[in-house]
Design a protein around this ligand. Structure first.
Ligand SMILES: Nc1ncnc2c1ncn2[C@@H]1O[C@H](COP(=O)(O)OP(=O)(O)OP(=O)(O)O)[C@@H](O)[C@H]1O
Ligand SMILES: [Mg+2]
Length: 350
């Protein structure tokens, strides 16, 4: 018994249909009293004719339908290429091939939809985080300015304090705006890396000096793992790497314990890579936060509820900078022991 089902080829369908029709005509011929030779001739001729007619129209019908499907899945524009495809390639494709290609296409579309959904979720989260971050300082500034205008400006006991609070709110807004500008710039790639050779050891020392005042407020000491002043020559974007180091050291100061210390070490990863690690002996980061620490706006519960926490963009910027260099970034941390942030960089080529 031939299997009648979806796997039948157009040729088999035409054969079967022609056979059925030919047998019917033959039976009719016999019933009408034709002799067996004529009936046999009618059977043969009608079978052959029916087969070719069925096959021709069936193919034409299928090809038209397939063209429509291919038009959708390949978004082909009318033109010579399309004509060539329909005339030369499509007729050679088996139904199985077409089925496989359509399944692949569907899979690709599914992935695209999933990616769009993720992006959409990301966009929504970003907007809601941004709104939240903007709201607090704007309302702070608005509140103090209005209170001052309503008369507090003449009250010597509070006017300076209120102005200073309003100014802190503005500083926070400026900080947020500059962080956002950096992230956008890094994500859009509008500001390509400017690669030069420089001494990483020297750069960290510069950052230490820049942040000395902040560190001193908490009696935090900043040092190197090795005492020697050996130059660590790397090939990278100096300004951007400086920004990354500033963000990491600022965090180490901001979240570090009073009287603590920050230590930077350098290691040879392999012949052409250097690894830098900046460690503190601060409160550490709980394991559940570690994998999310580089996300935009992500802060741990502790810094969320305390006043010292920033906007949660600092480490996202660091990650962007290091990834733009096609390098790896890593964090190790243990609660009550400290945190270490490290990344690799290409050495200065010989
Ligand atoms: N050295 C560290 N020790 C302990 N916690 C840290 C340390 N560095 C980062 N964190 C935690 O990771 C979070 C994210 O850091 P990130 O620098 O991205 O944001 P932020 O410091 O809150 O804000 P911003 O840097 O934008 O001012 C911080 O809120 C803090 O909870
Ligand atoms: Mg930070």
């Amino acid at each position: 018994m031939p299997q009648f089902g979806k796997r039948l080829s157009p040729r088999q369908i035409s054969l079967s249909a022609a056979a059925i029709l030919a047998v019917c005509i033959w039976l009719l011929a016999v019933a009408l009293g034709r002799n067996w030779q004529i009936a046999l001739l009618i059977l043969t001729v009608s079978f052959i004719l029916a087969y070719f007619i069925f096959y021709y129209f069936l193919k034409k019908f299928i090809d038209q339908r397939l063209k429509l499907i291919y038009k959708f899945i390949y978004d082909t524009k009318a033109g010579r290429k399309e004509q060539f495809f329909y005339n030369k390639i499509l007729p050679k494709k088996t139904m199985d091939e077409v089925e496989r290609e359509v399944a692949l296409w569907a899979q690709k579309k599914n992935l695209q939809v999933e990616r769009l959904q993720v992006n959409e979720k990301f966009r929504k989260e970003f907007l809601s985080n941004l709104t939240h971050e903007l709201r607090t300082p704007i309302f702070t500034v608005q509140g103090y300015v209005h209170t001052l205008l309503d008369g507090a400006i003449d009250d010597e006991n509070v006017n300076r304090k209120f102005l200073s609070n309003a100014s802190k709110g503005l500083d926070r807004l400026v900080h947020l705006a500059s962080d956002l500008a950096q992230i956008t710039e890094l994500e859009s790639g509008t500001n390509p890396l400017v690669l030069t050779n420089f001494d990483l050891h020297h750069l960290v020392n510069d950052v230490y000096e820049e942040l000395m005042l902040k560190a001193r407020e908490k009696q935090i000491s900043m040092k190197f793992k090795n005492d020697d002043k050996e130059a660590i020559m790397v090939h990278a974007d100096r300004d951007k790497i400086r920004q990354a180091i500033v963000n990491i050291v600022e965090n180490a100061i901001k979240y570090g314990n009073e009287g603590g210390s920050i230590t930077t070490g350098f290691w040879d990863l392999d012949t052409d890579k250097t690894y830098i690690e900046i460690s503190d002996d601060g409160p550490g980061i709980e394991e559940q936060h570690l994998e999310r620490i580089f996300e935009r706006f992500y802060r741990t519960d502790k810094s969320r509820s305390s006043k010292i926490g920033g906007t949660g963009l600092g480490l996202a910027i660091v990650k962007h900078i290091i990834e733009a260099h096609h390098q790896i970034i890593n964090v190790r941390s243990k609660v009550d022991v400290g945190s270490s942030f490290g990344f690799s960089l290409n050495k200065q080529p010989n």
